[in-house]
Design a protein. Structure first.
Length: 94
């Protein structure tokens, strides 16, 4: 019994600081997108609701990619925020 009192529970190891699979996949997708954009430099017509513009396709591709990334980040942020609210509510209800 004396040994049990002196035994200390080992803390959990810290999370690894290595490169995650998500980061590798994001880097590959980014590189493919960049190469694709660089190969498509012709001017294209872009129709907006009120006007039509000419722009290099590389700009159109990159702007669309950035806007898509912003939308994904906003949705992810909203989901995490809602999950945190639900977690706080559960803790308050207990």
């Amino acid at each position: 019994m004396a040994d049990d009192e002196h035994e200390q529970q080992q803390p959990a190891p810290p999370p690894s600081r290595g490169i995650s699979a998500k980061l590798v996949i994001a880097a590959i997708v980014g590189i493919v997108l960049l190469v694709f954009a660089l190969l498509n430099t012709d001017d294209v017509k872009v129709d907006f609701i009120i006007d039509t513009y000419k722009a290099p396709l590389i700009v159109v591709i990159l702007v669309a990619a950035v806007l898509g990334a912003i939308i994904v980040a906003l949705v992810r942020f909203a989901r995490r925020r809602e999950a945190a609210r639900r977690s706080r509510r559960r803790k308050q209800d207990q």
